[in-house]
Design a protein around this ligand. Structure first.
Ligand SMILES: [Cu+2]
Length: 123
């Protein structure tokens, strides 16, 4: 009995997690992603070629979404890296690929911290 309880606790701990890789995923054609303090609402986003993501500031801190190799950035649409609460930047993605994105203030191009993955394609 004691062993079972221990196994259960370990399973719960494994599910809980606290790493940056944990997060929610979303799939759609035109998706909306809030940028909270200090994480993205979704860390795995799947859209088809030609789909869009609307990146929305939703925190007290400024946020942005920048592709790890600088292939795209919310700055190009919004005009600034500082999206505050309610500020929106909609980007359309016409090139198939898998992109790591991050917030320049709270993450990095290695996918640590405030970061995620955008998959553009047929899924
Ligand atoms: Cu941020």
């Amino acid at each position: 009995m004691r062993f079972l309880l221990l196994a259960l606790l370990l399973a719960l701990a494994a599910c809980g997690g606290d790493g940056a890789g944990d997060g929610e995923s979303i799939e759609g054609t035109d998706v909306v992603v809030d940028m909270f303090d200090n994480r993205f609402e979704f860390t795995e986003i799947r859209i088809p070629v030609g789909g869009s993501v609307t990146w929305v500031g939703a925190g007290a801190n400024p946020h942005n979404a920048v592709e790890a190799n600088e292939l795209w950035s919310t700055e190009t649409v919004f005009g600034s890296l500082d999206q505050l609460e309610g500020d929106e930047a909609t980007l359309t993605y016409n090139t198939r690929g898998e992109y790591i994105f991050y917030c320049t203030y709270h993450g990095n191009g290695e996918g640590d911290g405030m970061a995620g993955t955008l998959i553009v394609g047929d899924g």
